[in-house]
Design a protein around this ligand. Structure first.
Ligand code: SF4
Ligand code: SF4
Length: 87
């Protein structure tokens, strides 16, 4: 996929599971601030540093974080666990 500049939508900090953080699918990372910035940016795990901003970010873009997360999960054939919410 073609690389793009990250536009800070926050979906990659909520939608995927991140083993290095013990984070489940669809659950906001505890380090994600309300403004969708990373509270530990300088010390974030390598997996976060390596995450590519690419066309998928554009494909799942939507007006709300909730919608973006649902679109991201759908792109991978996944569903949000019923008890979780992006916001
Ligand atoms: S999903 Fe893409 S655009 Fe959104 S914060 Fe992550 S890398 Fe940036
Ligand atoms: S550590 Fe930072 S970059 Fe990584 S998922 Fe959490 S908020 Fe996002």
């Amino acid at each position: 996929m073609a690389k793009i500049a990250c536009f800070g939508c926050g979906v990659c900090c909520v939608a995927p599971d991140i083993a290095a953080l013990g984070k489940a699918i669809g659950v906001p990372c505890p380090h994600l601030r309300a403004d969708l910035r990373c509270a530990i940016y300088a010390d974030r795990p390598q997996v976060c540093r390596d995450y590519p901003a690419d066309e998928l970010c554009l494909a799942v873009d939507a007006p709300t974080l909730e919608e973006r997360v649902d679109r991201y999960l759908a792109a991978f054939g996944l569903e949000r666990p019923p008890s979780t919410s992006a916001v």
